[in-house]
Design a binder for this molecule. Structure first.
Ligand SMILES: C[S@@+](CC[C@H](N)C(=O)[O-])C[C@H]1O[C@@H](n2cnc3c(N)ncnc32)[C@H](O)[C@@H]1O
Length: 279
């Protein structure tokens, strides 16, 4: 399949408007590859027929399916390792000491894809603080895609997915074999409240968070969208909270209120003192 120039432009505008995702010119092959399965599923003749249907029926749920198909959902357990080392060695010790009196902790994992990232955070937290069930924990994980949220809630992973990054000791402890795959055990699964959420649309009322993971999603947005997300993050992060970004993401040049935490390779940011005081 090959997409016509004006159909490519239609999809580019749709995805940018609905999800903030920028598709660069020259990515026609990617749009072709991602829309092919929808064309077949809907028994349409071509991508041209799919786009024609989108153009003529703006209320068609197919719009949403096309936008979701254009998201990149790459993820794995303990992806990049360093952020989770920082969580275990620096962030959780500091925060749990500060919050010990009230025994309360709040975490948000934005753009959580199929759930490996929030489950990694939950395992790291449980390993660090076995008594976490005695704490009041608010742990929200969100993604744009309804399919990703459904998969995360199910907590079922195949052998290839668990082989990517998950230490055997944690697999044995937190998963049970189910057919050919692995199922997250209930105590870990119920720690997390999975929800659909579009980062580029108005945010719901959130509690203030101690920790926010917002990794490997800002790379798909333009500069103004990134700035707006950082502005909103400032208002939902506690003044002494921690923000984790992906390896190719930074607040530098986009939001002066944040500075890199002195934790090597972690992609961890904190609010500068002045900004925190003003928050
Ligand atoms: C590459 S994955 C990152 C997953 C995980 N954070 C990680 O680093 O492994 C990017 C995720 O961002 C989600 N996403 C893309 N645009 C979004 C938006 N506007 N709002 C919320 N999530 C979005 C996609 O659905 C996808 O699951």
């Amino acid at each position: 399949m090959t997409i016509a120039a004006d159909d490519f432009e239609y999809v580019r505008v749709l995805v940018r408007t609905k999800a903030g995702i920028v598709i660069e010119p020259g990515k026609e092959y990617m749009v072709d590859a991602r829309l092919g399965p929808i064309v077949r599923r809907e028994k349409l003749e071509s991508i041209a027929a799919l786009v024609a249907r989108l153009r003529t029926n703006i209320a068609d749920p197919l719009h949403r399916q096309v936008v979701e198909a254009m998201t990149t959902n790459e993820t794995s357990f303990f992806r990049d390792l360093h952020p989770f080392e920082a969580l275990r060695k620096t962030v959780l010790p500091a925060l749990c000491a500060k919050r010990a009196a009230g025994k309360s902790l709040s975490i948000w994992c934005g753009a959580s894809s199929t759930g490996q990232e929030p489950y990694t955070i939950a395992m790291t937290l449980r390993e660090f603080l076995p008594a976490i069930d005695e704490w009041s924990l608010s742990f929200i994980a969100t993604d744009l895609s309804s399919e990703m949220v459904a998969r995360s809630k199910a907590g079922a992973y195949n052998q290839i997915e668990v082989n990517r990054g998950l230490p055997a000791t944690l697999m044995v402890k937190y998963f049970e074999k189910q057919g050919l795959g692995w199922q997250i055990k209930e105590p870990l699964r119920r720690m997390i409240d999975f929800r659909e959420m579009n980062l580029t649309k108005p945010w719901p009322t959130f509690p203030k968070f101690d920790i926010v993971f917002m990794r490997n999603v800002l790379i798909y947005f333009d500069v103004d969208t990134k700035k707006e997300i950082f502005r909103r993050l400032r208002s939902v992060l506690k003044p002494d909270g921690y923000l984790f970004l992906g390896g190719a993401e930074t607040t530098m040049g986009l939001d002066d209120a944040f500075e890199r935490a002195p934790i090597e390779k972690s992609g961890c940011y904190v609010m500068k003192q002045a900004a925190a005081n003003a928050a």
